[in-house]
Design a protein around this ligand. Structure first.
Ligand SMILES: [Zn+2]
Length: 66
């Protein structure tokens, strides 16, 4: 499990809405956009095109589109 440094988290925001992100063990989640950004070897991949679309319950949608 990767732990992101606090100073890194301070500058991270959702690239779509600029809102705060929820830190998960291996990803960062934006509840406003229902997107999940993966963390790749400790590096957050803050790309909307790479994000996983979530349904309102927080589960991965069956067909994420880009
Ligand atoms: Zn967002």
């Amino acid at each position: 499990m990767s732990q992101l440094p606090k100073d890194l988290l301070d500058i991270l925001a959702c690239p779509r809405c600029r809102g705060p992100l929820v830190v998960e063990p291996e990803s960062l989640r934006c509840d406003a956009c229902h997107l999940r950004y993966r963390v790749d070897n400790g590096i957050p991949v803050m790309l909307i095109s790479e994000a996983e679309t979530l349904d309102p319950d927080g589960n991965a949608a069956p067909h994420a589109t880009d």
